[in-house]
Design a protein around this ligand. Structure first.
Ligand code: ZN
Length: 346
């Protein structure tokens, strides 16, 4: 995407999308409006906020907040400037307002609702520096070192490239002799570390690390939709989410199979917070779980939980999971997904 040119923004349209009240023309170059920022207990009924319609420079004469269209919307919506920039780029161009731009209004409506009605969170945010203890220089190991450890051979054997290992922040836990994967919440905050076995004799296969002395607390699995932070901050708008069981499968779907709108629900128990997050961020969910007992149970439980709120489709039976399926088979599963509604009335 090209850089955002602030002069393309149609300021009255932008303020309307943000649901700003009492917008009126103030001068030739400025509109004024009621400042929505929290400093105004009574709602700023006689407008004190001004925005330049060419540069989007913003200033409030009452609370003295200042900024531009990006920082202002980020504050109002409680989201990152990156996310605001993406929405604005999609809606405003040299040619005017993009005809398909209702997306932004819809997205902002959801963000405002999310702000007024936050989803309760129990996970503890960890300091980013805890990842340092598991840091691996993947490119060096893959290309320069003569001593390639077994755990790298395992990941390479599964098909991961050094670039993918860097992108998903894989690491290695020397004391536990396990491969680490950071778990982030939907806002991208680090909330846990999952440590995976790479040899058959290591049990259990996954550890939810807990090591308070080194700043690590275990995370609550049924609160996390793995990969959702990347879907939300992506340059693309998705109205569909593909749900898989495990984190590694979500990574395979995003990296290898061309489905950047894939998230993992982390096993078959499905929590209230996961339901809220998923229905908030899509209109349609495609369930792509394993064709085994646990997968069928997950499909039934998740389908039941989401169906009252969004359209839910289910992939046909298939051998293996996304990590070891051919891209063509994956595509057939996704395009062959059948709506639960159709299944029920068939
Ligand atoms: Zn103000």
């Amino acid at each position: 995407l090209p850089r955002l040119d602030l002069s393309y923004i149609d300021v009255p349209d932008y303020l309307e999308c943000l649901d700003i009240r009492n917008v009126e023309r103030a001068t030739e170059k400025e509109v004024k409006f009621s400042c929505p920022l929290p400093a105004h207990a009574s709602g700023d009924e006689s407008p004190s906020a001004y925005m330049n319609i060419h540069t989007t420079a913003f200033f409030c004469h009452s609370c003295h907040a200042r900024g531009n269209a990006v920082t202002f919307a980020a504050q109002v919506l409680g989201v990152s400037p990156v996310q605001v920039t993406r929405m604005l780029k999609q809606r405003y161009s040299a040619a005017g307002i993009h005809p398909d731009a209702r997306n932004m209004e819809e997205e902002i409506r959801k963000l405002i609702a999310a702000r007024q009605n936050p989803i309760k969170r129990e996970n503890i945010r960890l300091d980013e520096s805890v990842l340092d203890q598991f840091y691996v220089d993947w490119h060096y190991l893959a290309f320069k070192s003569d001593d390639v450890p077994d755990w790298l051979m395992y990941l390479a054997g599964r098909g991961f490239t050094a670039a993918e290992l860097v992108r998903w922040e894989f690491g290695y836990h020397p004391e536990r002799d396990r491969i680490t994967l950071p778990i982030r919440d939907e806002e991208g905050y680090l909330v846990g570390i999952k440590a995976r076995a790479y040899r058959d004799e290591q049990k259990p296969k996954y550890l939810n690390l807990k090591d308070p002395q080194n700043g690590i607390e275990a995370f609550l699995k049924n609160e996390i939709v793995f990969g959702l932070d990347r879907v939300i901050s992506s340059d693309d708008d998705f109205d569909t989410l593909i749900l898989v069981e495990g984190e590694y499968n979500a990574i395979a779907m995003q990296e290898w199979h061309g489905y950047p709108n894939t998230v993992a629900i982390n096993g078959s128990y499905f929590g209230e917070r996961q339901i809220k997050l998923i229905k908030r961020h899509c209109d349609k969910a495609i369930l792509f779980f394993d064709s085994d007992r646990a997968g069928f149970d997950a499909t039934a439980a998740v389908g039941e939980a989401l169906r009252p709120f969004i359209n839910v489709s289910v992939c046909p039976e298939h051998p293996g999971d996304p990590m070891n399926m051919h891209p063509y088979s994956v595509r057939r599963c996704i395009t062959g997904a059948v709506s639960l509604r159709e299944l029920q009335f068939a």
